[in-house]
Design a protein around this ligand. Sequence first.
Ligand SMILES: [Fe+2]
Ligand SMILES: [Fe+2]
Length: 243
Amino acid sequence: MATIDMIAMGIYRISSFVPVWNITVNQFLIADDAPTLIHTGMYPMYDDVRKAIAQVLDPARLRYVVVLHFESDECGCMGRLLEAAPDAVLVCSRTGAAINLSQWDYSGPVLGVQDGDTLDLGMHSLRFLETPHVHHWDSLMLVEETTGSLFPADLFVQPGEQPAIVREDLGKQMCELYREIGIFAASEPVLRVLQRLERLGLQWVHPMHGGSLARDLWPKYAQALRTEPFAFDGTLLGKRLPE
Ligand SMILES: [Fe+2]
Ligand SMILES: [Fe+2]
């Protein structure tokens, strides 16, 4: 069963705890003239995600389904959500559209975006940042400009069943989790993006695993990334690989 909380003006966090991974999987719904869902959850989560959206608006009204990179937790429900919403368009990076959606059996509408592209939703406005290798080749982040909200996908995650808004500095636990599962090939692409994020005047950071971080807290997570090792060091999903 997913929980739903409003976390900023017109922005809702839909969250499900996945005990086997010890993380939450979050989607974000922006209720506006062009209703938008960011991340979809895994394929089996479809009914829960759809019901949570329906508490706020008719899922058939979705206009954009944004996939910040292609993995099942980010995109597993995209086919069914798009099918059930006749005007919906899948939004991903232009790189992601080229490498993941062409020469494949996906035939729905796609909008591939590049760094600096914007989408006007009505009261809200999205601006896209290309952030390759954080943690995929096709990775995007996006800023919702009215609320100063960053959606960084898998950056700034926290393990455990976290509330909608987290007030603790769990930066060390974040870095431990990253080392344990091995999702970042190297630290350099992440540190490069941090510098850019710090110039954006963000009010909120909404990771897709864990809870949202206010403007006074997320810099502590950035600091942890600068001071703790977090890149792949030979451990993949908890298993040490042969040297
Ligand atoms: Fe991911
Ligand atoms: Fe994720």
